[in-house]
Ligand binder design. Structure first.
Ligand code: CUA
Length: 316
């Protein structure tokens, strides 16, 4: 609808038209009241201007109906904005269950994308048309912000934390990708493209690379290399918790708290294991802070996630 208008980017995701509808409603509402108020000011100034030098206006002491109207009408309008805005926000914030997950690492000054099948890309992201995609993003240095105008999608990328956003591309082609948070000298050059391809084309693209194997298998290798497997054994005889079937579950900590095993928890437990120790275990794991890169962490996390698929080991 707006493709010919230079001010508006393409609508290339399932969310784009919803965001735009709300945006145009707000612009329209603002225009309507601005014009109404400006018009009334001019009209009353002309209509009720002083006609004789000694004329004095009537004194008015309030008007209940008027006051109720100017309270209730704005209340109703703001509630419409709130409910509408919240529904769009929730839809944007909650990815569907069956997303295609892709990891993103921001770095001065480039975007690194890591597909689960093992492909890595820099400043270019290939995704299949019509499939909901979830980006799990972190930064290696400072705060960046991933912005794809055609998808109406924008989120901060923060060091030490995973931010999730999702989109469902509805239009094949190349869409601009920007860093939208000032991050240093070459911030303006931290740009790229999202390439939306048909599903078959995407499969061909996927099978074209990945000599190193999947991200989970890279993680599995690192798990051996770092000797994680000496303590985290699948048979519950190790000195560390069994990782099979752990991801997504809740665990009880030494402190009595309960945490959900998500990307952030796995990350923290690798970098600073003493922060949240599982109940029943000694805080003997060495810290890996500074020893593994963000990308290696993603491999390890994906490996822990992949342990879901294996038959679960009985611990009783
Ligand atoms: Cu990265 Cu601005």
């Amino acid at each position: 609808m707006w493709s010919g208008t230079p001010l508006f980017p393409d609508q290339a995701s399932a969310m784009a038209s919803r965001v735009d509808a709300l945006y145009f409603f707000l612009v329209g509402l603002t225009l309507f009241f601005s014009l109404l108020i400006a018009g009334l000011i001019v009209y009353y100034a002309v209509r009720f201007h002083r006609q004789h030098p000694d004329a004095i206006g009537t004194t008015i002491h309030g008007g209940t109906i008027l006051e109720i109207m100017w309270s209730v009408i704005p209340l109703l309008i703001t509630m419409v904005i709130f409910v509408w805005g919240a529904s769009v926000f929730v839809a944007m914030a909650r990815p569907p269950d069956d997303t295609l997950n892709i990891y993103v690492v921001g770095k001065q000054w480039m975007w690194k994308f890591q597909h689960l099948d093992g492909q890595r890309e820099i400043n270019e992201l290939h995704v299949p048309l019509g499939r909901p995609v979830k980006l799990i993003m972190t930064s290696e240095d400072v705060i960046h912000d991933l912005f794809v105008p055609a998808f109406r999608m924008k989120a901060d990328v923060i060091p030490g934390r995973y931010t999730n956003i999702w989109f469902q591309p509805t239009k094949p082609g190349r869409h601009h990708l920007f860093c939208a948070e000032y991050c240093g000298t070459r911030h303006s050059g931290m740009i790229g493209e999202v390439v939306v391809m048909g599903p078959t084309e995407y499969q061909t693209w996927l099978s074209g690379g990945a000599p190193e194997g999947s991200l989970a298998s890279t993680g599995a290798k690192l798990f051996q290399d770092l000797a994680c497997n000496t303590c985290h054994r699948p048979d519950a005889q190790g000195r560390g918790p069994v990782l099979e079937g752990l991801f997504g579950k809740s665990v009880q900590l030494l402190s009595g708290e309960t945490v959900t095993v998500d990307e952030a928890y796995v990350r923290e437990s690798i970098l600073t294991p003493a922060a949240k120790v599982t109940a029943g275990f000694q805080p003997i794991m060495p810290a890996f802070q500074g020893l593994v890169s963000e990308e290696q962490l993603l491999g390890l996390i994906e490996y822990v996630k992949s342990l879901q698929a294996l038959p679960q080991v009985q611990t009783r």
